[in-house]
Design a protein around this ligand. Sequence first.
Ligand code: UDP
Length: 489
Amino acid sequence: MAESRKDHSRRVHAHVVVVPYPSQGHINPLLQFAKHLAFRGVKATLATTRYTVPSISTPYVGVEPISDGFDDSGFAQAGSEDVYLSSFKANGSRTLSEIIRKFKSSGFPVDCVVYDSFLPWALDVAREHGIYGASFFTNSAAVSAVFSMLHDGKLSLPLKLDESPLQLPGLPPLYSYDLPSFLKAPGSYPAYLAMKLSQFSNLEDADWVFGNTFEALEGKVAGTVSEQWPAKLIGPMVPSAYLDERMEEDKGYGASLWKPLGEKCMKWLESKARHSVAYVSFGSMVSLSAEQMEEVAWGLKGSEMNFIWVVRGTELGKLPSHFVESTREKGVVVTWCNQLDILGHGAVGCFVTHCGWNSTLEGLSLGVPMVGVPKWADQLTDAKFIEGVWRVGVRAKEDHKGIVTRDELISCLKQVMGDGDAAAEMRANVAKWKALAREAMSQGGSSDRAIAHFVHHLISNKKQQLNTNTNTNAIQWSGYMGMRVPPIN
Ligand code: UDP
């Protein structure tokens, strides 16, 4: 039955353009956020770099290309962080602006740009068009807090900690090895350090600040820095099938920069006993030294446990010769997989992770205890929380050369996957966090309310605009197709 004019006028919806930094660990949470907006009746469009557009496939969110100036192969084409980031700023600002103009003239004006906090220039673009801008932080609240204090001059670089820990309000004592690597070696990646600090350069002008974390997990940390970092906690941004189960068919992020070899893993997992497999992944960016690769390889073999190890194509050459053949009975090496499918399988009993923030949230949300092998950036701080605060895993110790040895890995695997009290405690703790993550995202939960509040504001604002300008084309958007849109309260 055709909708009456009256029905149409009631269905006024806002339009949000979401702009991620174009790496896997940033596209995933921002795209997931876009899905949440679509689920609540907002028209959501992901504006991502041309090179990454083909890797996105989700029915509920529109996709528009912007340019980072390296349309053929993205970052790899740029050669350096400096060149990439300044080219992205120049070309990204221009092409994002073009998209906003295009939507305006086609009757779907954009109301808000939700941009990755790594891209503060997107707020300037939103302002030029007179629309809202919201910054989305993809790191933990703890890590965001440390960088906000640094930006505000409450910390200065390089940090010299020696034996004594850093004591910051709301945070546990942080030793040198717990702190983001950029703070101890500011010269190691100056462009990335500058980018981390630039997150706060115009933050006071943003209309909203979002953090991919949740009240029960990090509310206390976020609360103590709320003046510098006034974030609404809206996470964990993990597909709905693993949490609130409200979005039908939402089992994956809908973005994959590499081809997942899922079938091979899933078939193999079917033949394995409950909690008998260690899933090992260092995420999308970490590149291990040849020596570290070798130690992980022989550690996995020496543990005599079942394992799935993700070794990206560019890293395969570092595997010891004959490793794959000699572990065929016990293990599978894949170049990429759907991590959530693996972590969600009952045969997996441990996640050996580099402690990227998405992986950390996924381990918590899917209830898998972890062995942390952090290498740089925020991973070191995430590992501290995994082991020392949430107590859902252990952190492997590095030797004097910065290597996690095979013996150390074996010992960690035994602690986490063994029959002892420590393993039982970690399993119980991670089950508790899994339940709390689900609660946060479920209807009426803390993150659900924060997202609903944002949507409510956008839609009320849109209605006001339409009331004052009756000539505006009414926005018609079917929302999350086939889904029940919950009432906004
Ligand atoms: N991931 C995946 N398949 C893999 C390895 C990783 O889908 O084989 C996903 C993982 O689920 C996570 C993201 O890639 O969402 C990595 O993000 P994270 O923040 O953990 O680490 P980064 O890659 O940014 O270092």
